[in-house]
Design a binder for this molecule. Structure first.
Ligand SMILES: [Zn+2]
Length: 254
């Protein structure tokens, strides 16, 4: 699904997103930088999900062999579970937040709270987290080239540790890929898992509220091509009053 000349949505589950790939995939974005393209997050990779994502890229008239990078926002399975398969299939460099790198390399199910998520019934009991080879570890302010474009990593922990958002300054717009840090209408996802922190989330919201951008492209729920900062400001205002912003509808995340 083409959003602009530079950004497409090429994956996402049926019950929580656009039905472009399998549940419980998050929104999977494609950035087209000309010579190179990059995926932002890749979903869980169950069944034929990766095949569907690749087919969606082709259906847009784009050549999947131009995808050279997969940039992950964080290590939750609905965003990163399919990373090893995508790497195997497309030969991409996997770009991850520095604080998530070791966990992704080792496939540590406790670190990503997959044990808790299975107990909560969010993932099948027999689902396994496949470790993935990491090519690039990004810190705050690091830039990753995608052809003529650049993704700037912005560390935004809170939803979990090792979470980054990516800022993309395009030709006509600036895009913020916010992962699970903040959603439309100023909503957040705070979970009772070991590395979720309301305080860190508030700091990340303050950081995002200082950014100039147009489009808010989160990992779930509505996508906003313009006026993105309004949504972030809503969440920031609530956290500034020492409260937790509204939560995203539970049905929209796994
Ligand atoms: Zn998450």
């Amino acid at each position: 699904m083409r959003l602009t000349d530079e950004v497409y949505v090429v994956g996402g589950g049926t019950s929580n997103a656009f039905g472009l790939s399998n549940d419980p995939d998050c929104h999977v974005y494609l950035v087209d930088g000309g010579d190179e393209m990059a995926l932002i997050d890749c979903g869980i990779g169950q069944g034929d999900s990766i095949d569907r994502i690749v087919a969606n890229v082709r259906a847009e008239g784009l050549d999947p062999s131009r995808i050279t990078k997969l940039a992950l926002t964080h290590y939750h399975m609905d965003h990163a579970g399919g990373a090893a398969r995508v790497r195997e299939r497309l030969g991409v460099d996997v770009v991850v937040p520095v604080d998530a790198a070791e966990t992704l390399r080792t496939g540590d199910e406790r670190a990503v709270a997959l044990d808790a998520a299975k107990l909560a019934g969010l993932y099948p009991a027999d689902y396994r987290f496949e470790p993935v080879e990491v090519a690039v570890e990004v810190r705050d302010g690091d830039r990753v080239t995608v052809g003529r474009l650049e993704l700037e990593a912005i560390e935004t922990p809170g939803h979990c540790d090792g979470h980054v958002s990516y800022l993309l300054r395009g030709r006509e717009r600036t895009y913020l890929f916010s992962g699970d840090a903040v959603f439309s209408r100023g909503r957040v996802v705070m979970q009772t898992i070991h590395d979720c922190s309301i305080q860190k989330s508030a700091q990340s919201l303050a950081k995002l509220a200082r950014l100039e951008f147009d489009a808010l492209l989160p990992g779930h729920a509505a996508i906003c091509l313009d006026g993105g900062p309004r949504h972030v400001a809503l969440a920031h205002q609530v956290s500034q009053a020492l409260l937790v912003p509204d939560k995203l509808d539970p049905g929209l995340i796994p």
